[in-house]
Design a protein around this ligand. Sequence first.
Ligand SMILES: [Zn+2]
Length: 190
Amino acid sequence: MENKNIAFPGDIIAMEEEYLPGKNTEEYGGNIYATILGKVHRDDKNLVVSIIAENKKIKPSVGSIVYGKVIKVINKEAIIQLSAIYVNNNIYPTNVEARLRLPVQNKNAYSHIITLGDLIRGRITVTKPLYLTIFSPDLGVLKTRCLVCRKELILKNNILYCSNCQRNETRKIASDYGNINIFGGNNGRV
Ligand SMILES: [Zn+2]
């Protein structure tokens, strides 16, 4: 999957001294951030960096790759607020909720799979109502934060690690965790 040029809301996509902020971006503290999920477009002639998403909204269908945020966990299901669908190398905005069944023994045992606020990539399995899965290597959590201090976790020796608390956590992460866009992290502005 070609994800190198995709930015998530809150991602740093350039420094102010390199580019001017274009469409769907904002500048803050010397950096330029993406405000939507979309493709990073660098206009090197005019030195403007923008985020591009298709205007057209499309409905997710079975097999669609989707991006979203974990907003709630009810019983043994997580509610994912979807923000984008990835089809034929394009990103289409969307604004619907999908559910994720959590293979856990009890309703409080999910935090080794996902946690609230995580950004995830999933694949739609059922459309009425919308269900998705994250249980394959390319799917799963793309960004998550430390349960103790909320700092974004990094991959260290293939294990999620908080450099602040110096402790490890577990999630069902996607195989490209930590490497989903050119400039990597953000400054706590998801
Ligand atoms: Zn921490």
